[in-house]
Design a protein around this ligand. Structure first.
Ligand code: MN3
Length: 199
């Protein structure tokens, strides 16, 4: 079965003013759709066409199949990105993840500062992540489409810091985008679900 673009779990304008409908039109409707279309074309008729997406990402990375890796990984990354946001999200974490964040990073504010620094410090395109690495909570950043799957880590949340994610709303102000993302968009319920699935 070819991979499909998942529907957004909210209306295109629901994340405004922090992420505009226009950004989602392009980011979900064009960029993510193009990654989906491209990976489907690239793997058609190959053994990868029968693999789950995570396995395609890992196999393409191992095989140094750059085109397949970039597109499969970006499909996977965006599938995660949309669900770790919600209207009226962000702010104080809830549940288990709050305790884990506090014990790993000292405080929620320290966590936010370090996550933001990871996103701002990713030179060029890439992602900032909250991951489980051998059971430990860590903040990481990766270039381009690279993601925690290829490092054997479990992604709990990922923030897209490619310019297409924020340029229409924030122009070059990536720090403002990351602050708005942490303060108003993170879906802590989804992050808690990812944590529960991982343990
Ligand atoms: Mn993107």
């Amino acid at each position: 079965m070819p991979f499909e673009l998942p529907s957004l779990p909210y209306d295109r304008s629901a994340l405004e003013p922090h992420m505009s409908a226009q950004t989602l039109d392009f980011h979900h409707g064009k960029h993510h759709q193009t990654y989906v279309n491209t990976i489907n074309k690239l793997i058609e008729g190959t053994p990868m066409a029968d693999m789950p997406l995570e396995e395609v990402v890992k196999a393409a990375w191992t095989d140094k199949n750059t085109a397949a890796f970039n597109n499969a990984a970006q499909v996977w990354n965006h599938n995660l990105f949309w669900v770790v946001m919600k209207p009226g999200g962000g702010g104080e974490p809830t549940g288990e993840i709050k305790d884990r964040i506090t014990s790993a990073f000292g405080s929620v504010d320290d966590f936010k500062e370090q996550f933001k620094a990871a996103g701002v410090g990713q030179f060029g395109s890439g992602w900032a992540w909250l991951v489980l690495d051998n059971g430990d909570l860590k903040i990481t950043k990766t270039p381009n489409g690279e993601n925690p799957l290829i490092s054997g880590q479990t992604a709990l949340m990922g923030c897209d810091v490619w310019e297409h994610s924020y340029y229409l709303d924030y122009q070059n102000r990536r720090p403002d985008y990351l602050s708005a993302w942490l303060d108003n968009l993170v879906n802590w319920d989804a992050v808690n679900e990812n944590l529960a699935k991982a343990s």
